[in-house]
Design a protein around this ligand. Structure first.
Ligand code: OAD
Ligand code: ZN
Length: 329
């Protein structure tokens, strides 16, 4: 307990509120991130040692480990890439990503719309973007349902998402299994008096092209999504409990550019396999690979379908998607 408390305090100090920027857009926090004591008291089929003598793994090996229940505490990290098949552009893909396509004469650079200082100066561009993100506009896709199946089979320890589109929840994964690390549109609060504002009122204003205002103090109401420079939700601290006991890390559709989320990819024990499915290699998995990493590069839908096939889950996944969406795969 004392360990938890001191780690928690350290984490909050490093990432939490304060004058300095809580998020770095560089691959790592300058000066390094104090590592969590990952493996104390934990044993697993993979042991705790270094990874130098371990054999190379393939996606098929990972599927076999899951089938044999040698991996049954799976932690998943996801980013905007899992929602592109639902029609939501990611942020950093050249050409199609939000940051390369967004143009607005009042915005100095696209990331500014997620910066608190700019938002307080001019909230309208953010709400123009938010209007497109209305929860009714998008549906979960096969990747979300694959993760739901992982949960249904009792294999999902926790899903850490950077996405604010709410599609993990919409796929039926319970809130207790989710860490929405960059917040969500599910709630909104006043930037002045901090009062919570009903989501319906917030959306009514946004859909009517009005800046939502607090009914008490008239301050601008902002959804509880994490802007650059803001602290992450308390639930993010669950990583201190989850990552040391994870026996498989699945990372899907993220450029691993935004801290502190990106550094979670290094928070599993060195002997734990990490599977990274993405269009391209990125983050620590590119610049500090481990011998038990599996990189499945290319389209995520193909990668997820392949993993489902290797697991023998294809029919169940098709049934689940059909049941939930009425779509036949
Ligand atoms: P990025 O846009 O930075 O990265 C998405 C990654 O997914 C890229 O590496 C893409 O190549 C990959 N990708 C996209 N579609 C894919 C597909 N169909 N198949 C395979 N790979 C695909 O998004 P994030 O890493 O999530 O903050 O960005 C992190 C944070 O930066 C976001 O949470 C956001 C942003 O500022 C907020 O929204 C507050
Ligand atoms: Zn207020």
């Amino acid at each position: 307990m004392a360990q938890w408390a001191s780690s928690a305090v350290r984490a909050l100090r490093l990432w939490g509120p304060g004058g300095e920027r809580a998020w770095a857009r560089r691959p790592r926090i300058a000066g390094g991130w104090t590592p969590i004591p990952f493996s104390a008291g934990v044993s697993s089929v993979f042991g705790n040692g270094g990874d130098s003598k371990k054999e190379k793994l393939s996606l098929q090996d990972i599927a076999e480990l899951i089938r044999a229940r040698a991996c049954q505490r799976v932690v998943v990290m996801v980013g905007a890439g899992i929602s592109t098949p639902s029609g939501i552009p990611d942020f950093r893909s050249p050409g199609t990503g939000f940051y390369s396509s967004f143009q607005h004469c009042d915005v100095p650079y696209p990331e500014a719309i997620f910066e608190l200082t700019f938002f307080l100066h001019n909230p309208s561009p953010f709400f123009t973007w938010a209007k497109k993100m209305h929860p009714g506009n998008y549906r979960p896709n096969i990747i979300h349902y694959f993760l739901r199946l992982l949960h249904d089979k009792g294999l999902l320890l926790r899903l850490y998402t950077q996405n604010i589109d709410g599609l993990e929840r919409a796929s039926g994964i319970p809130g207790s299994k989710l860490v929405e690390a960059h917040g969500s549109f599910a709630s909104a609060s006043c930037t002045v008096c901090q009062r919570t504002s009903p989501a319906e009122d917030f959306w009514a204003s946004v859909m009517g092209d009005r800046v939502p205002r607090c009914t008490v103090c008239t301050g601008v109401v902002k959804p509880d999504i994490v802007f650059f420079g803001e602290a992450l939700p308390q639930r993010f601290l669950l990583h201190l409990a989850d990552f040391p006991i994870a026996d498989l890390l699945l990372i899907l559709g993220t450029s691993l550019q935004v801290e502190p989320f990106a550094s979670l990819s290094e928070a599993v024990r060195s002997s734990v396999p990490r599977v990274f499915m993405n269009q391209e290699a990125a983050g620590a998995l590119a610049w500090r690979p481990r011998s038990r990493d599996v990189l499945q590069l290319g389209d995520l839908v193909d990668g997820v379908k392949m993993l489902a096939e290797l697991l023998g889950w294809t029919e169940e996944l098709k049934d689940l998607v059909q049941r939930e969406t009425g779509k036949v795969l």
